[in-house]
Design a protein. Structure first.
Length: 97
């Protein structure tokens, strides 16, 4: 019986040691997960800020594209007017000559 008690004590001690090691590992994993969650949340905040900035920049680009289109339309209109005027002048010159 004495040997049985010793074997029980040894196996109980080993089980206790394994349990303690398991608790340590679980605590380390929990700490790692918390750190990863913090990094994840920081990355999400950075992504949201970047997306907001991207939306602002897209609006700015749209404004510039609209302005560019309006200016090109104005330039085209002016060129057409100038061509019509030059054509009239040439016709007038030919009629005079």
């Amino acid at each position: 019986m004495n040997q049985e008690n010793r074997e029980f004590e040894v196996s109980h001690s080993e089980a206790n040691s394994a349990y303690v090691n398991l608790l340590k590992e679980a605590t380390e994993i929990k700490d790692s997960m918390q750190k990863l969650m913090l990094k994840y949340n920081q990355a999400l905040k950075l992504l949201e800020a970047t997306q907001r900035k991207n939306i602002e920049l897209q609006k700015e680009v749209s404004k510039h594209q609209a302005r560019e289109a309006a200016l090109l339309g104005h330039i085209k209109s002016n060129l057409i007017s100038m061509l019509v005027e030059n054509t009239r002048e040439k016709i007038d010159e030919r009629l005079i000559n």
